[in-house]
Write a protein that binds this ligand. Sequence first.
Ligand code: HEC
Length: 448
Amino acid sequence: MKISRRNFFLAGAAVVLPQSNRAAGPPLSLVTLSPNPKDLEMPVEGFIDEITPVEHFFVRSHSRIPEVRLPDWKLEIAGLVEKPLTFTLAELKQFPRAELVSVLECAGNGRIFYRPTVAGAQWRFGSVGNARWTGVRLKDVLEKAGVKASAKQILMDGADAPLGKMPKFQRTLELAKAMHPDTLLAWEMNGSPLTTEHGFPLRVIAPGWASDSWVKWLTRMEVLDHDFEGFWMKTAYRHPARHVAPGTAVDPADMIPVTDLNVKSVIAHPNEWALPGVIAMQGVAWSNASPVTKVEISTDGGKTWSRAKFTSKATPYGFRKWAFTWKAAEGSHILMSRATNAAGQTQPLEPEWNPNGYLYNAAQPRSVQISKTRPAEPAAVAEASTLPEPEGYKASCFGCHDDHMMSQQRLTRAQWDREVAKMTGWGANVKSEQRDSLLDYLAARYKP
Ligand code: HEC
């Protein structure tokens, strides 16, 4: 499942790509950000498809992926309900079936592009995909249990277990979102049972919202009459409610939970290199509950913009495909795409910086080389640092994950200090006399 982003060119895609989908072509390999916890990203070529095949769908995990056995599994509905209930999957399938197509996007998608850099999984474009989800309305299940009038939030719990002293991944949905007819509990993705990586046997579908609310391996829901105080609601997955100057600290009191996605678009083709001539540019755009109504393309780094045409329908929640014909002359060019939705939201040219790097949606410039021959692969960059590994590094930091988590970061010493504090809080054993040399090493090796 591994491929370097640089190596992947769409073979033979110099002039026109097949308009249908690329299912006939070779399957794409996902890019591994971290093997375990498993974080896999879709390369930009995957944005050719309106419905993302499961094999191309990004994977995001905070912890180990649980292997749920169906005979042992049930869903429990508890808390402020008239009748606490439990369901097997067969029992859930007795409710009226519900189905919809929706984008699933990680709140951190595009984090790598923020300046100053921020800590966290360094996603580029591809921690997003679009799938058909099948299951039941959450509302139907909650109404069967009888939600009490004092209900405010629904706490969601999965079968995944935390590592060390890391807080358990628990999230809440506001009652209005939980009772929305488009909020589902799904057991199928693109017509097949959910895979283990995508939450088998049951996950939450919160269309229009970032994927931190789409809890996987769902086992329990509890109706609460107050705001849940857990780490993944009160500390993580929060962003500023107002504009902040890049790099400034934000008072936690000014941070609100991530909910709705931002309007966004990605160019699938061309990528990095193409032959001169007429190029059928393609890609997708998406938004929140408000459908995408316009996509504009710039082939000169944002100086001029022209409208792309749509090749699929406007829907709430889903990918909308677009196409644009570009007469490409030899040379190096900066491509950009910019989407607008029915609510009038447009992708900004400058990103809205925030300390945790959530909901990036700037119209991201992409450079493409137009030439008669494919440019040579850039020579491998020599190791930037030959710093010796500090004593105890592996023992302190490789218990729950490997070096992938560290090597994808580009952080200052102060940021590394906060990361090490977070990890020691979760159970990393860093001896006080080793802490300075560990920070020196990380800050020198993985710096902005
Ligand atoms: C007790 C288990 C554990 C140990 C030990 C541990 N980590 Fe982590 N670390 C995690 C988990 C789990 C994640 C993934 C969190 C997520 O996906 O939200 C993570 C993520 C990270 C990240 C990505 C950014 C982030 O905050 O999610 C960095 C950087 C990191 N760890 C550095 C370290 C360093 C440096 C050490 C040694 C001092 C260390 N870790 C030791 C559990 C651990």
